[in-house]
Design a protein around this ligand. Structure first.
Ligand SMILES: [Zn+2]
Ligand SMILES: [Zn+2]
Length: 215
């Protein structure tokens, strides 16, 4: 499975396209959605689904643009993230942005579920704490995980936005991210990719003397 990154916007948001043979899955289409849509069209990929880690504005503002490439493609989101998804125009206004509503999701993500999307497969793990209904998506062979805003290279997701909670986030990181093998690549919602092993020993929020033991 090939993972391509599309970064854009004032938040420097990373959208990902997993490509398996001719199948493609769009994850968190944000400000760079037009480039992602262009790549899908130019390479004649089959867009099997749009999957959302959570419903913050920067991760969903490009759903309509990518969905236009394949209007029959299902849109997956955790039910806990649906209220925020549907309130997008209000959420955007809180950041001083104008973003119109996006297409209604069609499928619900559940913890422990394996998504079989054409030739691509992804395992779903609940990882709340940064935002309600946040999930991470793990390759079945655990070679990589798309972690949204749960953990970043050297940092963790903010917990001061509505529905955020520090202890819940730390528990999610310990139980859902740090249980993956050290060589699992982590693709985050912002910033460069990293690995589980790198964050386990080098992330100041996760090593004990900075408070990582609170989780
Ligand atoms: Zn977020
Ligand atoms: Zn984000």
């Amino acid at each position: 499975m090939d993972v391509r990154t599309f970064t854009g916007g004032g938040f420097g948001q990373n959208a990902y396209l997993t490509v398996c043979g001719r199948s493609a899955v769009a994850i968190d289409p944000g400000a760079a959605a037009s480039r992602m849509a262009g790549a899908i069209a130019a390479e004649r990929l089959r867009l099997e689904a749009i999957v959302l880690t959570h419903a913050h504005v920067d991760h969903i503002e490009g759903v309509a643009e990518v969905h236009a490439v394949a209007p029959d493609a299902p849109i997956w989101i955790h039910p806990g993230a649906l209220p925020m998804y549907r309130a997008l125009p209000h959420q955007a206004a809180a950041f001083g942005l104008q973003v119109s509503a996006q297409p209604e999701p069609t499928h619900e993500l559940r913890h422990g579920q394996r998504l079989d999307l054409g030739e691509c497969a992804l395992d779903v793990r609940d990882a709340p704490g940064h935002a309600p209904g946040h999930v991470i998506l793990v390759a079945p062979d655990r070679s990589f995980a798309i972690v949204g805003d749960v953990v970043f290279q050297g940092s963790i997701g903010r917990t001061d936005l509505p529905g955020g909670d520090f202890r819940t986030l730390m528990k999610s990181i310990r139980e859902q991210v740090l249980t993956l093998p050290d060589d699992t690549i982590l693709y985050s919602g912002h910033g460069p990719a990293t690995t589980v092993g790198h964050e386990r020993v080098g992330n100041p929020f996760l090593v004990p003397h900075y408070g990582g033991e609170l989780a």
